[in-house]
Design a protein around this ligand. Sequence first.
Ligand SMILES: O=c1ccn([C@H]2C[C@H](O)[C@@H](COP(=O)(O)OP(=O)(O)OP(=O)(O)O)O2)c(=O)[nH]1
Length: 159
Amino acid sequence: MYESGSFVAEHVDPVTAEQVQPNGVDLTVEAVFEQREPGRIGRDGKEIGDRQRRHPEAGDGDTDTFYLPPGGYVLQYAETISIPDGHVGFVYPRSSLMRNSCMLNTAVWDAGYTGKGEGLLQVHHDVELERGARVAQLVLAEGDHDDTYDGSYQGERVE
Ligand SMILES: O=c1ccn([C@H]2C[C@H](O)[C@@H](COP(=O)(O)OP(=O)(O)OP(=O)(O)O)O2)c(=O)[nH]1
């Protein structure tokens, strides 16, 4: 069973009323990066290639809007997410992002994970994203699990 938006909101911080949806909670964009160096996925480990932070640059003095031409971008969410025991999380793109020819690729959010995660933003047509805008939605499904998350991304970007 999937949980309600108000349940999901208890596991997202900070969260405003505007972010709480019937079935989940919207996540906002904090930072955008472009990968510059190759990463590596090996049998015994992985490395994340170097990235360059993309600065907002709408061109008209707006310092809070990312203007993104087509390409792949790593997007960091602003919210700290904690996946509660007995659950698994999934993130979907906000439909308005998809309707603007952009897509967010995501992976599994494990029970026990806490952090500000990342997603892969695919831009198929130029788009403007304002920092702090809602771009994704987290949903939580009940689910059995073996142990809880103890990987390298635990606690990422949490002060
Ligand atoms: O789209 C996603 C999906 C998941 N996560 C977070 C939550 C998840 O629990 C954590 C680790 O994901 P995963 O287990 O897939 O990472 P890994 O590549 O297997 O690395 P590790 O073994 O170090 O965890 O990353 C994201 O930030 N973005």
